[in-house]
Write a protein that binds this ligand. Structure first.
Ligand code: ZN
Length: 238
C-alpha cells in the first residue's frame, strides 16, 4: 500500500512532471482530474494525450500506470467566477493574484483526491503545488499542505502523504526535473502534448510548447523554458 500514489493531473506542464516523478517512484499510480467548469476542453484532452504517450515511450512505466479518474466539481468552479471559469479578462487583483485564482482550489482538489484515494487504496497524494514562482497562492504553500495532510489523516483515519515534488523548484527547475526523469523524450512530450495556456490557445508551437504567448501561464512557462535552455538544459533532481 505504501507503494501507490494518486497524482493530481491536469495535463499541464507541472502535473506532467509530477506524473513522471510518481511513475519513477511508485509501483502503482492512478491519476485524477477535475472538471470545475474550465472554459477549455483543451486541458482535459491534454491529459489523455500525455498519459498515452508516456505509456508508448516509457514502457518501464506502463505497468505502473493505472486508472484515470475525472471528478465533476463544477459547483465549486461556479463559486470562483474568475477568468478561468467565465469570460472575465485575466488581470492581477488587488491581492496580487491573477484573476484566474480560484480561492482554496488546491484544498478542494486534495479533499476530493483523498476521498478517492481512500476508496482506491492509494497512499500518496501527488500535486504540482509550488511556492517558488507563485508564492501568491496561499493554498500552494507547504505549510498549508502540511495542515491539510494532518486534517485529511485525522478526518479519514488515514496515513496519506501529500507529496509536492515541485515545491522548491523554479519553473526552469521543473524542466530540469522532467529531463532527469525522462530525458529529452519527456521534454518533447511536455512541449508537444501538455497544456498550460489560460486562453486554451493551441495554434502555434513555440520552443516551450503551445500557447498564446501572452497570458500569465504562457509567460511563466516561456520564461522558465528559456532560462533552463540558456543554462544548458541541466537535469534537476527533486
Ligand atoms: Zn496563453
Amino acid at each position: 500500500m505504501n507503494d501507490s500514489a494518486l497524482v493530481l493531473f491536469s495535463g499541464g506542464q507541472d502535473s506532467t512532471a509530477c506524473l513522471a516523478w510518481a511513475l519513477d517512484r511508485y509501483g502503482r499510480v492512478e491519476t485524477v482530474g477535475f472538471d470545475y467548469g474550465q472554459r477549455h476542453a483543451v486541458e482535459l484532452e491534454a491529459r489523455q494525450r500525455v498519459r498515452e504517450r508516456l505509456m508508448t515511450e516509457f514502457p518501464q512505466w506502463k505497468a505502473g500506470l493505472g486508472d484515470d479518474h475525472m471528478l465533476d466539481i463544477r459547483s465549486f468552479g461556479a463559486i470562483g467566477d474568475t477568468a478561468m471559469t467565465s469570460d472575465r479578462a485575466i488581470e492581477i487583483t488587488d491581492k496580487g493574484l491573477p484573476s484566474t485564482f480560484v480561492p482554496g482550489r488546491n484544498l478542494v482538489f486534495l479533499f476530493y483526491a483523498a476521498a478517492l484515494a481512500d476508496r482506491r487504496g492509494l497512499t500518496a497524494l501527488v500535486g504540482g503545488m509550488c511556492e517558488t514562482d507563485f508564492s501568491g497562492y496561499p493554498d500552494c504553500r507547504r505549510s498549508t499542505l502540511d495542515a491539510t495532510e494532518q486534517a485529511l489523516n485525522l478526518g479519514m483515519e488515514q496515513t496519506f502523504r501529500v507529496e509536492t515534488p515541485l515545491m522548491r523548484l523554479t519553473k526552469a527547475g521543473t524542466w530540469g526535473l522532467a529531463k532527469a526523469l525522462g530525458g529529452e523524450a519527456l521534454i518533447a512530450i511536455t512541449v508537444e502534448d501538455s497544456h498550460t495556456c489560460y486562453l486554451g490557445e493551441r495554434g502555434t508551437l513555440h520552443a516551450w510548447g503551445y500557447g498564446c504567448g501572452g497570458c500569465p501561464a504562457c509567460e511563466l512557462r516561456q520564461r522558465g523554458y528559456e532560462a533552463w535552455d540558456a543554462d544548458g538544459r541541466p537535469e534537476v533532481r527533486s
